[in-house]
Unconditional design. Structure first.
Length: 255
């Protein structure tokens, strides 16, 4: 018959494992949130370099200089160069498109990624542009919402957005108190009531990265938001219909 000490050791082992995993998640949360691929050069374009103080990030521009300015903010698993095709699609619709890189991503130098660093990059990019339409995809939706809430955008477009990183963490790690441990919160739901410009949110019903319901719920947090559901996924939602709608909003903003 096992003694009391052996029983306590067996009973306590799952708790030790749980605490160990919790510590790993807490310490490694930025590695889970930010997943920059290996840096690649930007072909055919000369970047503008933005000095953020603790980082230097590139921004590229394409399309007609007299078009309505649009700033695109990408997601957490790519880099600027991976999203040039989105910029080209918008530029072909006579928009003046800029794409900004984040600290810790692509060709950026200096400190690694953080919520404040990503938002600082967007602020610096917008400071060089006339009043712009802000477009954010996935993680970029949190960046775009933050600068829009500061009054830096004339229109806000969110593609496959989440409500907040704590909400995403709670969804992905339901047995852990992940919601309370997140440092980089990107709390778009909390910032949404402070956005005073027109908002377009589009989300795919087949999105396997950010739940469709999260984008739908976020739309209800804005004072003036149009929600467009699509029979699409997380990336293929960028199609002619989406590009045409962004261009239409941009033209309305320029009137």
């Amino acid at each position: 018959m096992p003694d009391l000490r052996s029983c306590l050791l067996v009973a306590g082992f799952p708790l030790v494992v749980y605490l160990f995993v919790l510590i790993l998640l807490t310490l490694g949360q930025r590695h889970l949130l930010y997943r920059p691929p290996s840096p690649r050069p930007i072909p055919g374009l000369t970047p503008v370099w933005l000095d953020l103080g603790d980082a230097v990030v590139p921004m590229v521009q394409m399309g007609p200089q007299d078009g309505q300015p649009v700033l695109f903010m990408h997601g957490n698993g790519g880099q600027l160069v991976d999203n040039l095709w989105i910029g080209e699609a918008l530029a072909s619709r006579q928009l003046s498109v800029s794409l900004v890189e984040y600290p810790g991503f692509g060709l950026a130098t200096g400190v690694g990624p953080s919520e404040e660093g990503l938002i600082a990059a967007a602020r610096a990019a917008l400071a060089t542009l006339p009043p712009a339409v802000c477009v954010g995809h996935s993680l970029g939706s949190g960046v775009a919402t933050a600068v829009a809430a500061e009054g830096r955008c004339v229109v806000l477009v969110l593609v496959a957005p989440f409500s907040s990183i704590p909400d995403m963490a709670a969804l992905r790690f339901p047995i852990f108190p992940a919601r309370w441990l997140v440092r980089d919160r990107f709390d778009s739901a909390a910032r949404a009531p402070g956005v005073a410009v027109p908002v377009l949110i589009t989300h795919g019903r087949h999105d396997r990265v950010v739940p469709f319901e999260m984008g739908e719920a976020l739309a209800a947090r804005f004072a003036d938001a149009e929600f467009v559901p699509r029979e699409r996924g997380h990336v293929d939602i960028f199609d002619d219909e989406t590009f045409d709608r962004i261009a239409e909003l941009a033209r309305e903003a320029s009137r």
